[in-house]
Design a protein around this ligand. Structure first.
Ligand SMILES: [Fe+2]
Ligand SMILES: [Fe+2]
Length: 139
């Protein structure tokens, strides 16, 4: 399934990785709507913890490589999220319906909002920088 237009940054690797989050959000939201199940909850929290480190590192590499002017702010947002996920996992080692709902409405919601704002700005910047480099090569 494709990524909803509203989440697109236009950068292939970024959109591919973001789609995993959107899929996760949909699955969790489904499971919460039926009857929140503990497997989905455990899977989501474990996936997120693994995913953010990897995904944020990649965005950071691109920001540095292209000299992104909003790097510091963007990295602070990422750090905020890493802390948020860490705290959530510490406080919710066991499944609860309330925890699963918080995960959907706050934790996953946060990162989708981040995509629609900060990541789209970053994606637009990367597109311009990559275009500049192609034009420079063509001379
Ligand atoms: Fe991202
Ligand atoms: Fe980001």
């Amino acid at each position: 399934m494709g990524l909803d237009k509203k989440y697109e940054t236009g950068i292939l690797w970024q959109d591919t990785q973001h789609r995993q989050l959107v899929d996760l959000m949909e699955k969790l939201s489904d499971s919460n709507a039926r009857e929140a199940d503990s497997k989905m909850f455990t899977y989501t929290t474990a996936f997120l913890a693994m995913y953010v480190t990897h995904h944020f590192n990649l965005e950071e590499q691109y920001m540095k490589a292209y000299g992104y002017p909003e790097l510091e702010f963007h990295l602070k947002e990422h750090q905020k999220y890493i802390d948020m996920v860490k705290t959530f996992r510490r406080d919710h080692t066991h499944f609860s319906g309330e925890g699963a709902l918080f995960l959907e409405k706050n934790i996953l919601k946060w990162i989708l909002d981040h995509i629609m704002d900060n990541d789209q700005k970053l994606g637009a910047f990367i597109r311009i920088e990559e275009r500049k480099r192609i034009l420079a090569q063509e001379g």
